[in-house]
Write a protein that binds this ligand. Structure first.
Ligand code: ADP
Ligand code: ASP
Ligand code: MG
Length: 416
């Protein structure tokens, strides 16, 4: 007997028919004798609709009310799954974030989980009850207000619940059968990875691979939760799913567990960054501070930064910010233009950041050079570059996204 958390994403619970299939996956594990806590997302598209309604009601709205509204999608699916399970003869009960509770801080819209109280669901495991927990939500206990965890946050709910109830495994069921070398929707030749190291998964997720929310990977790493990404679109009663041992899918694990690792593990891309360039800035000590302090004060995250060699005492600075902060960033700089004394601000939102990720890069030279060469052979211009120990990111025109991702995927030998 094991204790499992099973998480099902939006497409897996998109309608009642799909919820019945999810229930059959749950039934299989219950019949195998396991204790099961399920975490569900809202039906696919639901959260977008709810966010849209908030914006339609008022472009600038109270984040506490936003949370109260967008948390409702998961309330519906948790109740529906509990009903379907009961109808199949399985004892089940739904739980909202505040009922356990799953306590969070008060960063409404992007709250962090502080604690999961699993006492009640663990007590009920003893009588064979399945817990069906609404993902994506929690409660800020001091104010008693609902909170949500940021888009894709049900992954984080699942891993946090798994840590909270000391589960043996956390299975993230989704519409792909694991983590791939890149988004399989963009590159049909992408390969499924058997195992991915926590650090690589953190980079992939934060650089755009939305298969797991970044925070869920952090939690899995810190609490040593055995996390598998697997498909809910397989036959729930397939004989191969009934065998003991690791489930089919991708295990997110410690680096040491990976026997043969490639230099490059995967390619990710993010369309939600915008480029800002300020031209003809006087090149003197303190200039970077003058430019970036106002952005930090405005709470704007700057990512890639490029400063040109100065010519005749002037230089250009290019950097990226989240697209959502593009206008605010330009406004913050326009405010200090007199002080800094630059000539103009330019920007572009039709850009994409493509990243190459792999822990093998630590011990291999020439990885970046290969990317630059391959992109130039395709006539793709690089606007900015940033690197870390295990990743290289380039900023390019959005029109070349697919070409660049496919090119890099095959250059590093990742094609199936
Ligand atoms: P869910 O609703 O189950 O949470 P998501 O849509 O959040 O599912 O995440 C799954 C999707 O992530 C896949 O359909 C796939 O298109 C996308 N994806 C992006 N990068 C990858 C990758 N490297 N491996 C697998 N899927 C990826
Ligand atoms: N329903 C939420 C969202 O769409 C949370 C999730 O699906 O993980 O972002
Ligand atoms: Mg998701």
């Amino acid at each position: 007997m094991a204790r499992l958390v099973m998480k099902f994403g939006g497409t897996s619970v998109a309608n009642i028919e799909r919820i019945r299939i999810v229930a059959r996956h749950v039934k299989r594990e219950v019949e195998a004798g396991h204790q099961v806590a399920v975490v569900v997302s809202a039906m696919s598209g639901k959260t977008n609709e709810l966010v849209g309604w908030c914006r339609e009601a008022a472009m600038l709205h109270d984040a506490r009310e936003y949370d109260s509204i967008v948390a409702s999608g998961e309330q519906v699916t948790s109740g529906l799954l509990a009903i379907v399970l009961q109808d199949m003869g399985i004892s089940a009960r739904s739980w909202l974030g505040w009922q356990l509770p799953i306590s969070t801080d008060d960063a409404h819209g992007a709250a962090r989980i502080l604690d999961v109280n699993g006492d009640e669901i663990v007590a009920r495991f003893a009588r064979g009850e399945v817990a069906v927990i609404a993902g994506f939500q929690g409660i800020h206990l001091p104010t008693g207000r609902l909170t949500t965890l940021g888009r894709g946050g049900s992954d984080t709910s699942a891993v946090a619940v798994a840590a909270g109830i000391k589960a043996d495994r956390c299975d993230i069921y989704t519409d792909v059968d694991g983590v791939y070398t890149t988004d399989p929707r963009i590159v049909p030749k992408a390969r499924r990875l058997e195992k991915v190291a926590f650090e690589e998964m953190l980079e992939m997720a934060s650089l755009g691979a939305k298969v797991l929310q970044v925070r869920s990977v952090e939690l899995a790493m810190v609490h040593k939760v055995r996390t598998f990404v697997r498909s809910s679109f397989t036959d729930p009663d397939a004989p191969e799913l009934k065998t003991a041992g690791d489930p089919p899918g991708t295990l997110i694990c410690d680096e040491e567990e990976i026997v043969e690792s490639e230099v490059v593990t995967g390619i990710a891309f993010a369309r939600d960054e915008a480029q800002v360039s300020i031209r003809h800035v006087p090149d003197q000590p303190g200039i970077a501070a003058n430019v970036f302090v106002p952005l930090a004060d405005a709470n704007i995250n700057v990512d890639m930064i490029v400063q040109n060699i100065s010519a005749e005492g002037f230089t250009d600075i290019t950097f990226t910010v989240p697209t959502a902060d593009f206008e605010r960033a330009k406004a913050a700089l326009a405010d200090v233009r007199g002080e800094i004394g630059f000539q103009s601000i330019e920007g572009a939102t039709d850009v994409v950041k493509v990243s190459i990720i792999g822990i093998g890069m630590r011990s291999h030279a020439g990885v970046a050079a290969r990317a630059f060469k391959a992109l130039s052979e395709r006539g793709i211009n690089i606007r900015a570059i940033s690197t870390s120990e295990i990743k290289i990111s380039v900023l390019i025109d959005a029109a070349y996204t697919e070409l660049a991702v496919r090119t890099l995927h095959s250059v590093y030998g990742l094609d199936a």
